[in-house]
Design a protein around this ligand. Sequence first.
Ligand SMILES: NC(=O)c1ccc[n+]([C@@H]2O[C@H](COP(=O)([O-])OP(=O)(O)OC[C@H]3O[C@@H](n4cnc5c(N)ncnc54)[C@H](O)[C@@H]3O)[C@@H](O)[C@H]2O)c1
Length: 264
Amino acid sequence: MSHHAKLDGHVALVTGAGSGIGREIACAMAREGAKVGICDIDMDGAAETVETIKQEGAGDAAAFEMNVIDEAQVNEATDKMAETFGRLDSLVSNAGIQIVHPIEDFPLDQFRKVVDIHLTGSFLTTKAAVRHMYEQGSGSLIYMGSVHSHEASPLKSAYVAAKHGILGLARVMAKEGAKHGVRSNVICPGFVKTPLVEKQIPEQAKDLGISEEEVVNRIMLGNTVDQEFTTVKDVADVAIFLAGFDSNALTGQSILVSHGWVMK
Ligand SMILES: NC(=O)c1ccc[n+]([C@@H]2O[C@H](COP(=O)([O-])OP(=O)(O)OC[C@H]3O[C@@H](n4cnc5c(N)ncnc54)[C@H](O)[C@@H]3O)[C@@H](O)[C@H]2O)c1
């Protein structure tokens, strides 16, 4: 383990850590010395993340099956994880999906599914995590918002509503958590090339009647300062900063990491 490690002895639970942004956050935290609970419904993806962390040889990791909308499973996996690693210092509530439709064609069950996984999932994982954090008198709640926590895009009614909702939940948790030493913040990335986004490019091209190139250059990157995708590393760097921040001064905030797409 590097003596520069920023998260020595830190224990983090990351949801959706079997792919994309969650995987990179988990690996990056482990590289900083953290012990990480890799939580996902995709146990193959979770096992791959654990394997990568073990191979890299810093920190530690174990996989836990967790569907973030199943309260019993969330509680069980969280308790098991805290028991395995002895404490719980940060929750990275990251699991998510995307479904796009114009509102007049948006099936109710699909709308509910998106809102449930992002928002109800954040609620349930928070509820399970704070029981451990309040007992310790410390903790960092880190929610995966999006530029879409602050901005809207057509076809994304469910996602934008859920990501705005996460800001509200995080701000309430900043107030409720304060007296227990628990901080609460939201990371708001711009477009990051993960399976979730790769899938949207052809879908949006079809729904909006434009080329895939236009979806990338105009819809996804058109408002950035430099037409660049945000990377999983960019997002992981912010997560490490929030997990390791030393006082309760930084709470109730959302941090935009989007190549200047949104500035606030
Ligand atoms: N990729 C982007 O451009 C981008 C931008 C802003 C925010 N985000 C957010 O980042 C988060 C991660 O997205 P990603 O791009 O890495 O996607 P991804 O599809 O690569 O990974 C998402 C992971 O979440 C898991 N998951 C899905 N439903 C789950 C459930 N019910 N319970 C537990 N795990 C579940 C999946 O199995 C997968 O491993 C999401 O919240 C997403 O909204 C992504």
